[in-house]
Design a binder for this molecule. Structure first.
Ligand SMILES: *Cc1c(COP(=O)(O)O)cnc(C)c1O
Length: 295
């Protein structure tokens, strides 16, 4: 049955099924990357904070070391020189989240390319938010780089996080290893059936994506006008990062008004920042109205 989902994805992504792995969410693919390519207690991986927390959680569970090379402040681009200097003989994976969570920016292709060419290990490009971006997936680069693994998911643009269906795209030898490690029935048939239905409905998903991108830009403009907002970062995702004077107070005020966002103000390089997910037009209207009343 996974074959049917893979065949559908193969048509959509323009990739042979031999280059497609299906995971119990892309989080399973992240875990398998550690189990396949890292020796516990010996090897390490590079992550670039602030970024998706699961890379480090999964590294810890697998007893794999984490070398942290922070992104460049404010632009949140890769610090390519420091990444290259940090690589040592036991560095097996480098995680690049693009668009990045929680900052929302895309990552310059030049620096990804340079890392792909100079690193003798696997570069993981996490494209969980690619559907909201103004640029295209790096899937075509699979032909040029046998050491890249691209992660995507039905959890974000499709709104199907509960199904737990994620994908990894990579060269055939890497996908073969993934398939040897995964449990035989890692995705239940109900999820597979619903994933097939969702993938049959690309038009619907594309119209949702278009709406979210429009709403994101409207939200950015509206939020930028609020007196307590210091900065609204550009976003290629379905959320925006906003720097404010008093993040905790604003977060509390919103929860009192039954609006839940994410307080990222304690996260490295995100001091003062809140992460706001783009909602429906009605939800966004309510958010803006509520923010305008904040004193
Ligand atoms: C949500 C998210 C994922 C995980 O997605 P699942 O497919 O639900 O496991 C992976 N990477 C990033 C950056 C995410 O934000």
């Amino acid at each position: 049955m996974q074959l049917a989902v893979k065949e559908k994805l193969s048509k959509i992504k323009g990739l042979p099924i031999e280059n497609i792995f299906l995971g119990n969410g892309s989080d399973e693919a992240i875990d398998i990357l550690f189990r396949a390519f890292c020796n516990p207690g010996k090897d390490n991986v590079i992550v670039c904070p602030p970024t998706y927390g699961m890379y480090e959680v999964s590294a810890n569970i697998n007893d794999v070391g984490v070398l942290k090379v922070p992104l460049i402040p404010e632009t949140f681009q890769l610090d390519e020189a420091t990444i290259l200097k940090s690589i040592n003989a036991t560095t097996k994976l480098i995680f690049i989240c693009c668009p990045n969570n929680p900052t929302g920016n895309g990552v310059a292709w030049n620096s990804i390319k340079s890392i792909l060419e100079k690193f003798n290990g696997i570069v993981v490009i996490d494209e969980a938010y690619i559907n909201f971006a103004s640029y295209k997936s790096l899937i075509p680069e699979l032909l040029n780089y046998p050491n890249v693994v691209i992660l995507q998911t039905l959890s974000k643009a499709w709104g199907l996080a509960g199904l737990r269906v994620g994908m990894a795209f990579a060269s055939e030898p890497i996908i073969d290893v993934f398939n040897k490690i995964k449990p035989p029935y890692n995705i239940n048939v109900v999820s597979q059936k619903l994933a097939l239905d969702a993938l049959d409905n690309m038009q619907q998903v594309n119209s949702w994506i278009k709406q979210i991108v429009e709403e994101r830009e409207r939200l950015r403009k509206e939020i930028l006008q609020l007196f307590f907002v210091e900065k609204v970062y550009d976003s290629e995702a379905n959320f925006i990062l906003v720097k404010v004077e008093t993040p905790e107070l604003l977060y509390y005020y919103l929860t009192q008004n039954k609006i839940v966002i994410r307080d990222r103000s304690k996260v490295m390089l995100c001091e003062g920042c809140l992460r706001i997910t783009v909602g429906t037009k009605e939800e966004n209207d309510l958010l803006i109205e509520t923010l305008k009343k904040y004193k």
